[in-house]
Design a protein around this ligand. Structure first.
Ligand SMILES: C[S@@+](CC[C@H](N)C(=O)[O-])C[C@H]1O[C@@H](n2cnc3c(N)ncnc32)[C@H](O)[C@@H]1O
Length: 347
């Protein structure tokens, strides 16, 4: 591993707490040392090995962009000019290479400066400092300028989330659809919060048509699914197959009596309500029976990430079942449902 440098991460603004928690969970799970040096709105600065961070940047649902910071200055043009001229920029941009630079502004700061004007100015200045040339269509190097709070940052982009990140996996695009299925980004972030890594054995004990299993499989986990209904496990199998994945196990069964001895990580969305989907039980009673079981198959220090409606008192049930509640996020679904995502660790 190389020495840490200042790395910038642009997180998605889709949720107030999940993106940062997801980023930290991915870095921890992949044993990449990092220290948070600062954050403003969607920008997080960390000290870490950029080469290592780049290898995991594509795993996050909410990690939009990652790169290495080259310039950190005040937000005015003279301050930016001085900082760019005295920076290490020539190390990142060689003479005769082509480049582009785009600016983002967070939190409505430095409004007196037009983004487009600043982009033009930076293109001119960076060209002057390095003799490289601007090419907005097909640049060899892409730079990001960030106006965030009282600072300006300039960095070389190492990874950017593709625009079509989840489009092919939207619930209606999969061969098997069920209204209870989870959308890919939330499912992906839950898998990441469980600290599953490539090669981990991963279980969704209420797997439905496999929204969470799909994301775990795409992250290289060996996936196992359980559902009380045969048509659900069939749906999961079809969906996994459609994306070229073979589950390690997919069985019809009751999550309260799991037919599994050991797994590295669990992420799941148990049924809500008191109807057919909960087999005439309640979410609370299902969790009371399921969580001690989940605890018995997770080695100490491993994680289970559980979604449940706010008000189910899942944290109390989890603690009574031998888990430590590490983190909690609320996700608004509609007027009568807000989900609580709990990160639990077995001890
Ligand atoms: C909210 S859905 C899961 C959706 C899934 N995460 C997805 O993205 O497709 C809950 C599932 O739990 C199943 N279920 C209900 N009670 C169960 C039990 N006791 N054991 C296992 N599965 C159960 C239901 O059949 C349903 O498919």
């Amino acid at each position: 591993m190389n020495d840490p440098t200042r790395v910038f991460v642009v997180l998605s603004g889709e949720h107030p707490t999940l993106p940062l928690a997801e980023m930290s969970a991915i870095l921890d799970a992949n044993r990449i040392p990092f220290k948070i040096a600062g954050s403003f709105f969607k920008l997080v600065e960390i000290d870490a090995d950029i080469g290592a961070v780049k290898t995991i940047a594509g795993r996050g649902a909410f990690m939009d962009e990652v790169g290495e910071e080259i310039v950190h200055s005040g937000p005015t043009v003279p301050e930016i000019d001085d900082a760019v001229k005295s920076s290490d920029l020539p190390r990142y941009l060689q003479t005769d290479e082509s480049f582009s630079v785009r600016v983002l502004r967070f939190g409505g700061v430095s409004k007196e400066m037009s983004r487009v004007k600043l982009e033009g100015h930076l293109g001119w200045l960076m060209g002057k400092v390095t003799n490289a040339r601007v090419d907005l269509e097909n640049p060899q190097r892409q730079f990001r300028g960030l106006l965030a709070g009282p600072y300006f940052h300039l960095g070389l982009i190492a990874h950017r989330r593709p625009d079509v990140f989840v489009a092919d996996r939207r619930p209606r695009m999969r061969p098997s659809f069920h209204p209870s299925t989870m959308v890919p980004k939330l499912a992906r972030s839950m898998v990441n919060l469980s600290q599953a890594v490539t090669g981990s054995t991963f279980l969704d004990p209420f797997c439905g048509v496999g929204g969470i299993l799909l994301e775990a499989g795409l992250l290289g986990c060996q996936v196992m699914g359980v559902d009380a209904l045969r048509r659900m496990t069939r749906g999961s199998r079809r969906n996994l197959k459609h994306f070229g994945m073979d589950p390690l196990g997919l069985v019809r069964g009751d999550a309260r009596y799991l037919p599994i001895r050991n797994v590295d990580a669990i992420a799941t969305d148990p049924p809500y309500g008191t109807g057919a989907s909960t087999l005439k039980s309640t979410t609370r009673n299902i969790l009371k029976d399921f969580l001690p079981n989940a605890h018995s198959i997770l080695p100490k220090g491993r994680r289970a990430v559980i979604a449940s409606p706010v008000g189910t008192k899942t944290p109390d049930i989890a603690e009574a079942s031998g888990f430590r509640v590490m983190d909690r996020h609320e996700v608004y679904v509609h007027r009568s449902l807000t989900r609580e995502i709990l990160v639990l660790e077995a001890y």
